[in-house]
Write a protein that binds this ligand. Structure first.
Ligand SMILES: Cc1cc2nc3c(=O)[nH]c(=O)nc-3n(C[C@H](O)[C@H](O)[C@H](O)COP(=O)(O)OP(=O)(O)OC[C@H]3O[C@@H](n4cnc5c(N)ncnc54)[C@H](O)[C@@H]3O)c2cc1C
Length: 384
């Protein structure tokens, strides 16, 4: 057993988009940074997800030097409606004087762009964290890879390892829904319009992506298993049913399914450790907030460490300041997303009417529509 002790200021566990964004935000600053991931570098290439990125996210990625506009498809309008009920609303970027409400990018393209920007950073791949023991001056991390053990002393451990499993510190609400994702080719061009359609099984979103749509189809888990198995024509027919005659599709790519739950870590920091991104909160994808919120976690943490930590990245008062500062954004994003899922994922008659009225009032009451639009564009800064 090799038992070398390396030391670093910030060890980021999880080199997903949020962990990589934090490493980039800290690059060039006073802290030494090490990224650690269980998978090999580039494993994201197989990820089938596309992400809706807010206007605010674009601005942060630009400041990190990790925005590749060629890989992003602008969303100019968002059409929101419900199947089998009245009411619809249209949110238009032209009303806000900006070229796009947001952008759609494949998870793998986002990860690859961040990775390229980080080219010279220190990274350990195929590494598992076996144990973390915090003491007064540092956290002692034991890594196990290929039967070898290795120890690293980090002034701060940042958990960015994505959605947590069962953990006493994480509150879980299981939506009993899965998201089936795929890319589908429309018969006519998408005109940079995104569609959000609420159905009794759950929301269905179509996000413009290059010439295609990325579809996120939520449904009960047992149905998701069947949907994954459908042949291409049957899958496209099922999609057509959701949108009626307004849209047609001619081809679809590989499908994958993700279980959906709200997972909220109750305490963001303990001595010498902090949680960000999906490791801090995992949201339903209905409102496209998860990565956008996680990126703001990374950005705010970097700002705090660079301006308040007085040379010790694990400074307890800086971590407390960070956790308090994130409270409003986390709560607002979770309440917004969870509220939409609960209101729209059932087929009770009175609720269908209430939803119709809600969509109608969104259309008729500009301040309400502006709130929803601003949340899509900026997240926490939705309030005027
Ligand atoms: C179907 C679907 C659609 C979505 N759509 C949107 C959207 O439109 N907009 C949006 O903003 N968000 C969306 N999201 C959410 C978004 O994907 C996540 O919020 C985002 O990926 C979180 O990034 P992360 O880096 O925190 O975690 P992840 O992307 O999960 O990355 C975690 C990384 O940690 C590594 N890791 C895991 N365990 C360990 C360990 N023990 N030790 C070390 N490394 C580890 C993994 O290999 C991975 O590289 C969607 C999610 C789903 C499922």
């Amino acid at each position: 057993m090799a038992d070398t002790l390396d030391s670093v200021d910030v060890a980021i566990v999880g080199a997903g988009p949020v962990g990589m964004a934090l490493a980039l935000a800290l690059a060039g600053g006073p802290y030494s940074v090490l990224l650690i991931d269980t998978r090999q570098r580039g494993a994201w290439a197989a990820d089938p997800r596309a992400l809706a990125l807010s206007h605010g996210t674009r601005q942060i990625l630009e400041r990190l030097g990790a925005w590749n506009g060629r890989l992003a498809t602008p969303i100019e309008t968002i059409h929101v409606s419900q199947r089998g009920g009245f009411g619809r609303t249209l949110i238009d970027s032209a009303d806000y004087g900006i070229p796009a409400l947001g952008y759609v990018m494949r998870y793998r393209d986002l990860a690859a762009t961040l990775d390229q920007s980080l080219a010279t950073s220190r990274q350990l791949s195929n590494c598992t964290v076996v144990k973390i023991l915090a003491n007064r001056d540092a956290a002692d991390i034991t890594l196990g890879d290929d039967g070898e053990k290795r120890r690293i002393a980090a002034r701060l451990v940042v958990h960015a390892e994505g959605t947590p499993g069962n953990d006493a510190g994480v509150r879980v609400y299981d939506y009993r829904q899965h998201a089936v994702v795929a890319e589908v080719r429309p018969l006519a061009g998408h005109g940079h319009r995104a569609w959000e359609r609420f159905t009794p099984d759950g929301p269905v979103a179509l996000l413009p992506l290059a010439k295609d749509y990325s579809v996120v189809f939520t449904m009960p888990p047992e149905k998701a298993g069947q949907f994954i198995e459908l042949d291409e024509q049957a899958f496209l027919a099922a999609l057509r049913i959701q949108f009626g005659s307004r849209m047609d599709f001619v081809a679809s790519g590989p499908r994958a399914s993700f279980p959906l739950a709200l997972r909220v870590r109750q305490q963001l920091t303990v001595p010498r450790q902090v949680w960000i991104g999906n490791a801090a909160q995992s949201l339903h994808p209905v409102s496209g907030q998860g990565f956008n919120l996680g990126l703001r976690d990374a950005w705010e943490l970097a700002e705090t460490l660079l301006t308040r930590a007085s040379g010790d990245a694990g400074d307890a008062s800086a971590l407390t300041f960070y956790a308090q500062g994130r409270r409003g954004d986390r709560r607002g994003s979770m309440a917004f997303t969870d509220g939409i899922v609960r209101l729209f994922s059932n087929d009770l008659g009175p609720l269908r009417v209430a939803r119709g009225l809600g969509l109608l009032s969104l259309d008729l009451l500009p301040p309400l529509r502006h709130f929803v639009a601003r949340r899509m564009m900026w997240g926490a800064r939705a309030w005027p």
